[in-house]
Ligand binder design. Structure first.
Ligand code: SF4
Length: 362
């Protein structure tokens, strides 16, 4: 049974019709519930891929990653002019640099609100982040949006907890869901732009399609790590080569499956959740915790291959890569690394490398 998943444009249109404003949000971690409580639909911008980067490249070094280059070009070309707010999380040095540039380059087009997530796992991080979130809320309110009260904020947090729980259930049930790789990613990636409650409806429809035993999707089980599965042709390549993505550790999806918070105080609860996600390079997790998370995920899901799908010049991910690959080899897991530029299509050489690796484990 086909699942109805509104695309970004339809979601934005519907939100506007219901009186919501649109907050464009750059990667990676951000307080989605806070934006929803303010009455915004947060819509994430991962690139977008396949764009002409000329206007952005005039302002950036050539060794900047293509997510930042594409985002800047998209913004300067007017791609987000119809939005009401732009949130720039300081997920890495490149995004932090972009945030500074945008304050100068978009003075009258769009209010820019930065967001700083603390690095590391110190006990004081929750206090720091709760205070940072309150600061961020003041900056959003200064743009004219109405500050939510604690009840409204808590309701938005709980809706997002429900949505993330469903996202996790989708991955747990992945091998029993009758979808090819692209269709499944269309479902899970709709979390990037649907309101939490709407995503929960889409997830429930997908979960209701649990397949009968003889209908199960087949393929070499693969764990996808890295940044974002763009171009999406990657997923078709995996399907054609006989692979099924059974687990995800990408920045856009698996590393943002936040557990429920505990605090009855909404600002602390927001902070708790953002800091309790899976180990992540952009949150400054230790290399050992990244390796433990990746290997445990491979074991739980039965993945036999780990595909690191990186964006060229992505320093946070490249820093961890050698030790992660060594940890996988110690456990007998095969791996492959692809580095892509989002402005380009799927390289033929990459297709060949994926096919060659999968042939050896079929
Ligand atoms: S791809 Fe890497 S360098 Fe680029 S924005 Fe994402 S985390 Fe930062």
């Amino acid at each position: 049974m086909p699942i109805e998943i509104p695309d970004r444009h339809a979601a934005i249109e519907r939100a506007r019709q219901s009186g919501r404003k649109i907050a464009a949000v750059l990667p990676i971690h951000h307080p989605r519930a806070l934006l929803e409580a303010f009455g915004f639909l947060p819509v994430e911008v991962w690139g977008p891929p396949g764009r002409d980067l000329t206007s952005g490249d005039a302002h950036l070094q050539v060794y900047t990653c293509s997510i930042v280059r594409s985002s800047l070009a998209f913004l300067l070309d007017g791609g987000l002019d119809s939005c009401d707010l732009l949130v720039v999380p300081h997920g890495c040095d490149s995004l932090q640099g972009l945030g500074s540039l945008l304050i100068d380059l978009l003075p009258h087009r769009l209010p820019v609100v930065p967001f700083y997530l603390p690095r590391g796992e110190a006990a004081s991080a929750v206090d720091f982040l709760a205070a940072e979130l309150r600061e961020m809320a003041q900056r959003i309110a200064a743009t004219g949006a109405k500050m939510p009260n604690d009840d409204a904020l808590m309701a938005a947090i709980e809706a997002n907890e429900d949505a993330d729980e469903r996202l996790e259930r989708l991955w747990t049930a992945r091998a029993s869901l009758p979808f090819d790789n692209r269709t499944f990613y269309r479902v899970v990636r709709s979390r990037e732009y649907l309101a939490a409650a709407d995503f929960s409806l889409v997830a429930d429809a997908a979960l209701a399609a649990l397949a009968a035993k003889d209908d199960l999707p087949a393929g070499v089980p693969v764990l996808l790590s890295g940044v974002v599965p763009e171009p999406m042709a990657l997923l078709d390549t995996l399907t054609s080569a006989g692979a099924l993505v059974v687990a995800d550790d990408t920045l856009c999806c698996g590393r943002r499956i936040y557990p429920r918070g505990h605090s009855p105080q909404p600002w602390r609860r927001l902070a708790e959740r953002l800091l309790a996600g899976p180990a992540d390079s952009t949150r400054g997790s230790t290399i050992d915790s990244r390796a433990d998370h990746l290997t445990a995920l491979a074991e739980r899901s039965g993945a036999r291959v780990v595909l690191f799908h990186l964006v060229k010049f992505c320093e946070p991910e490249l820093f961890y890569l050698p030790r992660l690959r060594a940890a996988l080899e110690q456990r007998g897991l095969r791996h492959l690394t692809l580095e892509v530029d989002l402005s380009e299509g799927m390289a033929h050489q990459a297709v060949t490398r994926v096919e060659a690796l999968l042939e050896t484990v079929s």
